[in-house]
Design a protein around this ligand. Structure first.
Ligand SMILES: Nc1ncnc2c1ncn2[C@@H]1O[C@H](COP(=O)(O)OP(=O)(O)OP(=O)(O)O)[C@@H](O)[C@H]1O
Ligand SMILES: [Mg+2]
Length: 244
């Protein structure tokens, strides 16, 4: 496996009873890149996250993280290796403060109380949450809550941060701010990002490469420009079935 490869999904299939949500999917995330994973509703994007991060077990295939086979590892083991994810729907602890929420994200990697505190302060600064640290997370505006969910995941300083529709419900200013945060995470911390997102303008703007899924099947991979002009991708998004 090339040194440039961080996550390698190899011939992954995931069935739920009679339904094949992902079929024989292969793709890789490289070091220091933002990879977009896109596809219409029900294409299998969240399922890919669930399998890669250990929440679900693949029905077939393998997943490698820095050359280690993580296909059968537990969620905590996978996150300890450096792969963490956010959820499509809010996953923070609404009755805890923003500080306490981010603290939870530091548990797996830091033991020392002072180091945890410093990590929380730094994480809040990067996610534009410094002014909300003592607020109850559940009482904050939606856009801020989305940033808290990302802060929890980012607080462990993973090697790969998987974000499941982080921009949903954000206004234009919040989207721009979030994209600047993602760039900073990649550039300053050398963390790769696997981004599932329906906001195509944002995806095209921020991703180094894009993988397209359609009904659980790999459709295309390439640069934003290649994906934009790929006839199969255009057909899938317009609702027509591709012919191959
Ligand atoms: N736990 C589950 N049990 C049964 N079927 C599931 C489960 N999770 C997902 N599915 C099915 O797998 C398929 C892919 O779902 P998934 O949530 O991965 O799609 P998605 O690409 O994330 O869609 P969206 O863009 O709407 O979030 C769908 O048909 C869905 O109903
Ligand atoms: Mg989803």
């Amino acid at each position: 496996m090339s040194d440039a490869v961080l996550l390698k999904v190899e011939n992954m299939t995931k069935r739920f009873g009679g339904l094949t949500a992902i079929e024989n999917l292969s793709f890789e995330v490289r070091h220091n890149e933002i990879l977009g994973l896109i596809g219409p509703n029900g294409a299998g994007k969240s399922t890919t996250f669930n399998v890669a991060s250990g929440f679900y077990r693949a029905s077939a295939g393998r997943i490698w993280f820095e050359g280690t086979d993580i296909s059968r590892l537990s969620v905590p083991k996978i996150s300890h290796l450096g792969l963490v994810r956010t959820f499509q729907h809010e996953s923070l602890m609404p009755e805890m403060t923003v500080y306490e929420n981010i603290l939870v994200g530091t548990f797996s990697t830091l033991q020392d109380a002072q180091k945890r505190h410093d990590r929380i302060i730094e994480t809040a600064e990067i996610l534009n949450l410094s002014n909300y640290l003592n607020e109850e997370a559940g009482s904050l505006p939606h856009g801020v809550q989305r940033m808290v969910s990302i802060a929890i995941a980012f607080a462990s300083r993973p090697k790969l941060l998987c974000l499941d529709e982080p921009l949903t419900g954000l206004n234009q200013t919040e989207v721009q701010r979030a994209l600047a945060v993602f760039r900073r995470i990649k550039e300053e911390f050398k963390i790769s990002i696997l981004l599932v997102e329906h906001n195509m303008k944002a995806v095209m703007n921020i991703c180094d490469r894009i993988v397209v899924l359609d009904y659980g099947v790999f459709l295309a991979a390439g640069s934003p420009q290649e994906i934009k002009t790929n006839p199969n991708v255009i057909a899938a998004y317009l609702g027509r079935r591709h012919e191959q």
